[in-house]
Write a protein that binds this ligand. Structure first.
Ligand SMILES: [Mg+2]
Length: 219
């Protein structure tokens, strides 16, 4: 059971699907590339294999299925098309700007993505300045989500114990990582990941980002 008697002092935000509305684009592109390269995937399959995990973990799944050469091509096609659509369409997650303005607590980012990718997506959506200097990537730790390493690392760098932290996540690996870190977890259900993949002990599910400040403050 996760301790929740003390107030939240630090809110750790996942990036993709929580701050920037990139998961819909990612799902779409994975399906496009899969259909081209001989592995047609449903939306649920894309979510299961790729969303909330490191790139390396995703490409490993492709390599096991289609071989290393096809996985390399998959990655190249995905990156190119994803970048095109991010540049053309990426927006902040609905309600996140209001949520950040209303939070009134220290916050940071902890994402499976690289620093370069976050600079691009957070910059594209006008959120980079809000988090500059408080952005943590899975590239800084040994094990990505669902291991707790990244959230524990972010909390330590920010100077807070796990019990003072809350995590906002939209993926199964992410909510599992938050629970494994002993942190309170808020699972955002407004994206492509199903509710059942986010649910777990002590996890508060919510579908409107504007509700986040009140939920974190326990109002
Ligand atoms: Mg995410």
């Amino acid at each position: 059971m996760i301790a929740s008697s003390s107030p939240v002092e630090l809110v750790i935000f996942d990036c993709d699907g929580v701050l920037v509305d990139s998961e819909r684009i990612a799902v779409r592109v994975q399906r496009e590339v899969g259909a081209r390269l001989g592995w047609p995937l449903s939306e649920a399959e894309v979510v299961r294999h790729f969303i909330g995990r490191s790139h390396a973990a995703g490409w490993q799944v492709v390599a096991e299925r289609l071989g290393a050469e096809a996985a390399a091509e998959w990655e190249q096609r995905f990156e190119q098309r994803h970048r095109e659509l991010v540049d053309a369409e990426l927006a902040p997650v609905d309600g996140i700007v209001e949520a950040l303005a209303g939070l009134g607590l220290q916050s940071c980012v902890a994402s499976s993505g690289s620093h370069a990718k976050m600079r691009h997506t957070l910059g594209r959506t006008g959120l980079y300045e809000h988090f500059e200097g408080r952005i943590h990537s899975a590239s800084e730790v040994a094990r990505g989500k669902p291991a707790p390493d990244l959230f524990l690392h972010a909390a330590q760098r920010m100077g807070y114990p796990p019990e003072a932290c809350a995590v906002v996540e939209d993926s199964g690996p992410g909510t599992r990582a938050a629970r494994a870190a002993g942190m309170r977890c808020f699972g955002y259900t407004g994206g492509p990941t199903g509710v059942e993949a986010l649910a777990g002990d002590g996890t508060v599910l919510f579908s409107d980002m504007r509700e986040l400040p009140a939920l974190v403050h326990g109002i």
